[in-house]
Design a protein around this ligand. Structure first.
Ligand code: NAD
Length: 482
């Protein structure tokens, strides 16, 4: 099938841009392909385009890059579309969060039971969710057979919404399942001997299978809890796989929450900063507290600043970047970024993101195992078919083949976590698909932070009155259908 056209929407993404470029340039099976970088922010677009074209040259690869600010141009005749765009950016998320806090909703109205991740907005994120649908519908016209690799959040609500509004083949991507590797490392287990499976929804996955060298792997978790949990301290705000919240969820549900899932517990861990610190560790109180999220934003800014700097200093050899680090003041480059630079400067190392290996599997039948978000077809029998689930699957030129989820998810995971989480997705989708403002308000009435109906109405009205929410305002005022 190669060469193909791959369109990256929101190509300036701080999280994904250079990781995707890294993987594309090192995937030999995609030689001769065209990568169309699309973003509305010309500075970011130019920066990524400049680095991508230099990088592929330095690696001696055979890929063509083009750049555009027009969505249609990028989508036309694409075979794969990766959507990493965040409409309104982090600025909008902060604005909406501040309005929420003003009205008594700590960390904003979109922070909800089983969905506390700070860039995973489902209620006030009309522009983003509408954009997901617009991309899918434009794909129906311009590249109807292409695959949509949905990466921008909220992946759970987004993939379900796209499935309900369009016929495009959509698959959701997340890197959260690497929590299994983090856990194995902390338990000092050799990952090659770990037999594992995770299943659930995006940001809501559970370790249903865990064997180590043929033995029950959970024995090692229990041992770690007995011997080491008291001295646990997070290295970063995202180091949560073995946090007290995670262990508490494991004890309650009977299976281990993986990756972003411990961030998405109940209110119990999230009432306020002090409570968050108790469950997610000092000093940050996890990734989604005001302190943890500030830390994250600073890291993202370092990446976009670095892309800017490198794109304006064209004499710097990208493959030698690691050697420049020694000229910078000690401690000025955080360990996680050094790790990313190490991958970037290696001639063969991939980022660990699944998108490009997934494309390689489809295009070249380079069969691999992934954890992907696809419509349920009895994989998790208690979840209705058609609802998008996050499950392990092998992928080949014929598409995905989901593994039998064995052993099954625990009864408590199903009844007390996944089903309530699924209903919250259904409520949010009902509101947006039908322009039903009362449903948005009712969602908040069911929120433990709401003390009166008026409080819920006021916060929704103030968010709707933001200038950037004009379309959202019209949509909900006129009960428009999506
Ligand atoms: P970012 O703001 O750095 O990047 C988003 C990019 O989208 C920007 O370059 C912006 O200019 C562009 N954009 C905005 N509106 C656009 C439009 N209408 N058309 C085209 N491009 C547009 O954000 P980020 O922190 O890199 O995150 C990007 C997305 O990825 C977010 O939705 C985030 O929640 C999500 N995310 C997903 C995962 C995952 O594993 N799936 C992990 C981390 C972040």
């Amino acid at each position: 099938m190669a060469p193909v056209k791959i369109s990256i929407i929101g190509a300036g993404s701080a999280v994904f841009s250079m990781r995707l470029v890294n993987d594309l340039c090192k995937t030999k099976g995609l030689a001769g392909s065209l990568v169309s970088l699309m973003d509305i922010d010309e500075t970011r677009l130019n920066g990524v385009y400049d680095l991508a074209t230099r990088y592929v040259k330095e690696l001696g690869g055979d890929l063509r890059f083009e750049k555009t600010t027009r969505l249609e141009d990028s989508l036309r005749d694409a075979d794969f579309v990766i959507n990493t765009a965040m409409v309104g950016g982090h600025t909008y998320l902060e604005k909406a969060r501040q309005i929420g806090e003003k009205h008594g909703y700590y960390r904003g109205i979109d922070t909800q039971e089983f969905n506390m991740v700070s860039d995973y907005y489902t209620l006030s994120n009309f522009n983003q969710l509408k954009f997901f649908v617009d991309v899918a519908r434009k794909m129906e016209e311009l590249c109807p057979n292409a695959w949509l690799l949905q990466t921008a959040n909220p992946v759970f609500e987004g993939t379900n919404l796209i499935k309900r509004c369009s016929k495009i083949k959509v698959v959701g991507f997340c890197h959260g399942h690497y929590g299994v590797h983090e856990m194995a490392e902390a338990l000092e287990l050799d990952m090659k001997k770990v037999d594992w499976q995770v299943a659930g929804f995006n940001h809501a996955i559970w370790l249903n299978r865990f064997f180590y060298d043929g033995e029950d792997g959970y024995k090692f978790v229990e041992k770690w809890i007995d011997e080491d949990s008291k001295t646990w301290k997070p290295k970063t705000p995202f180091d949560l796989q073995l946090s007290p919240a995670s262990i508490d969820m494991y004890k309650f549900y009977g299976q281990m929450p993986i990756g972003d899932t411990p961030r998405n517990g109940s209110w119990k861990y999230n009432y306020n900063l002090e409570i968050k610190k108790k469950w997610y560790g000092e000093p940050w109180g996890g990734a989604d507290s005001e302190l943890g999220w500030k830390w994250y934003q600073e890291r993202l800014k370092m990446i976009t600043d670095a892309i800017n700097y490198l794109s304006t200093n064209k004499s710097i050899k990208l493959l030698s970047l690691e050697s420049y680090l020694k000229f910078l003041p000690k401690g000025s480059v955080p360990e996680e970024l050094k790790q990313e630079i190490k991958v970037f400067t290696s001639p063969t190392a991939l980022s660990g993101e699944q998108h490009i290996p997934f494309i390689d599997a489809i295009v070249n039948n380079n069969i691999q195992r992934f954890v992907i978000n696809v419509p349920n077809q009895g994989y998790i029998p208690q979840i209705p078919d058609g609802v998008v689930v996050e499950v392990p699957a092998t992928v080949d030129r014929n598409g995905w083949h989901v593994e039998k989820i064995d052993p099954p998810l625990s009864e408590k995971v199903i009844k007390m976590y996944l089903l309530p989480r699924m209903l919250r997705m259904e409520w949010a989708l009902h509101a947006i698909i039908n322009g039903d403002k009362e449903a948005l308000i009712e969602f908040l009435v069911r929120d433990v932070r709401t003390k009166s109906y008026e409080q819920a109405v006021k916060v929704i009205e103030e968010i709707l009155s933001l200038p950037e929410n004009e379309k959202m305002r019209n949509h909900y005022s006129n009960k428009q259908k999506l």
